[in-house]
Design a protein around this ligand. Structure first.
Ligand SMILES: [Zn+2]
Length: 214
């Protein structure tokens, strides 16, 4: 018996130390995961993942169709039979077509992953983003409301694939095509003054955009 107590204490201490170690390790892992998801996790909805196409999903309220602006893969800025392209602002579309023509000379094809969207489509994307990101505040960093979205007004496009957005980031200003948000390298809008002055500095994310404060 004389030896049992110290042994038990030793074991208990060892277990406690191990548990403490586990907590530290677990916290470190969680910290890494949280950091990784906060810093680089791309949005799954509304904005294309690094310029890749994200197929729209439907929910109980009814499927989003091409009439709402949903687009199949590999749609170009010339394919205006799709409402997602055809309902874009004409000046934006014109600038995109000029850019796409010149990009093609460099062997780059611009695809429209998302363009004009109906308010219903935008609402659905926002609901999905809230579900995905866990809160309206976090979702607002990625998806605007139907009232504020430049997609709904036909004044924004999400371009892909990656080499096309890379081409636009280098050459877009010459066509008045500017990246608006630092966290969305695929999202372009028309800023005609950029042709002479260059694009304005992008907002960090949509929550910094005064247009979103409505
Ligand atoms: Zn966009």
């Amino acid at each position: 018996m004389g030896r049992t107590r110290p042994t038990r204490t030793t074991i208990r201490t060892a277990v406690r130390a191990t548990a403490g170690g586990l907590v530290v390790v677990t916290a470190a892992i969680i910290g890494t995961l949280v950091h990784r998801s906060a810093s680089s996790s791309p949005p799954s909805f509304g904005e294309a993942r690094r310029g890749e196409h994200v197929a729209p999903t439907s929910d109980a309220d009814g499927a989003v169709t091409e009439a709402d602006g949903a687009l199949p893969d590999a749609v170009t800025v010339f394919d205006e039979e799709h409402p997602g392209v055809g309902n874009l602002d004409r000046d934006l579309l014109g600038a995109l077509r000029e850019a796409a023509t010149d990009a093609a000379d460099d062997g780059i094809e611009l695809s429209v992953n998302s363009g004009w969207r109906s308010p219903e489509y935008q609402d659905q994307l926002l609901r999905e983003a809230v579900s995905e990101h866990g809160s309206e505040a976090e979702a607002a960093r990625w998806v605007a409301t139907a009232d504020t979205s430049a997609h709904v007004s036909g004044n924004a496009v999400d371009i892909g694939p990656f080499d096309a957005t890379a081409w636009l980031s280098e050459h877009g200003a010459a066509y008045g095509l500017c990246q608006i948000y630092g966290n969305e390298p695929w999202h372009y809008e028309l800023r005609p003054e950029a042709i002479e002055r260059g694009c304005p500095a992008p907002y960090a994310d949509p929550t910094q955009d005064p247009r979103m404060q409505q």
